[in-house]
Design a protein around this ligand. Structure first.
Ligand SMILES: Cc1cc2nc3c(=O)[nH]c(=O)nc-3n(C[C@H](O)[C@H](O)[C@H](O)COP(=O)(O)OP(=O)(O)OC[C@H]3O[C@@H](n4cnc5c(N)ncnc54)[C@H](O)[C@@H]3O)c2cc1C
Length: 349
């Protein structure tokens, strides 16, 4: 957290959710932050030179508002989810809990990003039969040349590539597939028994249809992982930094075991007990009734937390400024920018 040091003794480790919550509570407590839990904001609208904020039990007026309701906490399902037969249970990455809380039968995980890859591995390790519908998602090797790849991505500036530069290469892609404490690749999942499928293209009459691009998706993961490593290597060389030699990662060298022939169709009622949609997340800003801050899909129009409307900030939007945005890494710079804005508005009486 901003201004804090890692005292875990394991900087490359993964903090379990309960520990992270405890860290946040401790942070708020030590800094005397006036957090009030369980207070739902039902509506925010312009009022005079500020805002009227309707809470569950009262209404308050404020000159400035920082909306931090989350941009990655509402699951997004594709429209074709509506065609899944009623007999098949449906979950999202946000409602999935563990392999034992799901009905019997095979599980179809749709989406091979971080959530899909991690959930597929969780299920297969518990002995469940798993199908994973894949697409073109980059892969991130967990550790490289002695450190967590994310640490190198911060040092090398990969996380600071501006949004405009990312957009110049096309639509901003899904964040790379990586495990919490080890590399997860499509081939490592296949070696554990996950049956890899192509992209889900349609569901009709109880049958799910997939394209035949699995091997293209595996190769895309390999290429992107290699590109990131090459950037790190080049940065180390350019800066004269000695780092341990690269070690082979078995999750990346294992040969993919692809269904032969490729599975292009699944009868959901016969072959699958449940589907887990790992097809993305968004924010819910329906309580925000302020003109010019949301686009026609309800997504925030902002840059680095600042909107076009004085005194209204929206925090936590992915890729708002750079790759850092939408991760905890952006909390400090975004907070500083928003606090400066609030201060400016309050002084501009
Ligand atoms: C699968 C996944 C993995 C991730 N992994 C990492 C990672 O490893 N490292 C990393 O740095 N980041 C990671 N992130 C991103 C990280 O979770 C977000 O950057 C961070 O949670 C954003 O914090 P936030 O406070 O903006 O929103 P949130 O953490 O979503 O918090 C928003 C809060 O606002 C509350 N709220 C919503 N609406 C209302 C309302 N109307 N009234 C009152 N309260 C409301 C919500 O209940 C919630 O408590 C990951 C995200 C996802 C989805």
């Amino acid at each position: 957290m901003p201004g804090e040091r890692d005292t875990s003794g394991d900087p490359d480790g993964a903090m379990p959710v309960a520990e992270f919550i405890a860290l946040m509570q401790d942070y708020a407590g030590r800094r005397g932050l006036p957090v009030e839990c369980g207070r739902e904001v039902r509506r925010i609208e312009p009022h005079g030179r500020g805002y009227r904020i309707e809470l569950d039990r009262e209404t308050v007026l404020s000159r400035c508002v920082v909306v931090a309701s989350g941009d990655q906490n509402v699951a997004v399902r594709p429209a074709l989810a509506a065609n899944v037969p009623d007999a098949v249970a449906q979950y999202d990455a946000t409602s999935y809990r563990n392999p034992t809380s799901m009905p019997e039968g095979a599980v179809l995980v749709v989406g091979s990003g971080q959530s899909g890859g991690q959930i597929a591995e969780d299920l297969i390790r518990a002995g469940r039969e798993v199908y994973l519908s894949t697409s073109r998602v980059a892969r991130q090797t967990h550790s490289y040349r002695g450190r967590h790849s994310m640490a190198w991505m911060v040092d090398t500036g990969i996380m600071d590539i501006p949004k405009a530069n990312l957009l110049a290469a096309g639509p901003i892609p899904t964040r790379a597939l990586v495990g919490a404490d080890h590399t997860i690749s499509l081939q490592s999942l296949s070696a554990q028994g996950v049956q890899l499928l192509g992209r889900l293209t349609a569901i009709d009459a109880g049958r799910a249809h997939f394209d035949s691009d699995v091997s293209v998706n595996v190769a895309f993961g390999d290429t992107t992982a290699a590109e990131t490593k090459a950037r790190i290597d080049a940065w180390l060389t350019a800066n004269g930094i000695m780092a341990p030699a690269a070690r082979t990662d078995p999750a990346e060298t294992v040969v993919p075991t692809l269904p032969d022939p490729a599975i292009l169709e699944l009868d959901l009622t016969q072959s699958v007990g449940s589907v887990v949609w790992c097809t993305g997340v968004r924010g819910d800003y329906t309580f925000l009734r302020v003109p010019a801050v949301l686009d026609n899909r309800g997504a925030p129009i902002e840059s680095g937390g600042l909107t076009r409307v004085a005194g209204l900030c929206i925090a936590g939007v992915p890729y708002s400024v750079s790759r850092r945005s939408g991760t905890i890494l952006a909390a400090a710079p975004d907070a500083e920018r928003m606090v400066n804005h609030v201060e400016m508005v309050l002084r501009s009486n």
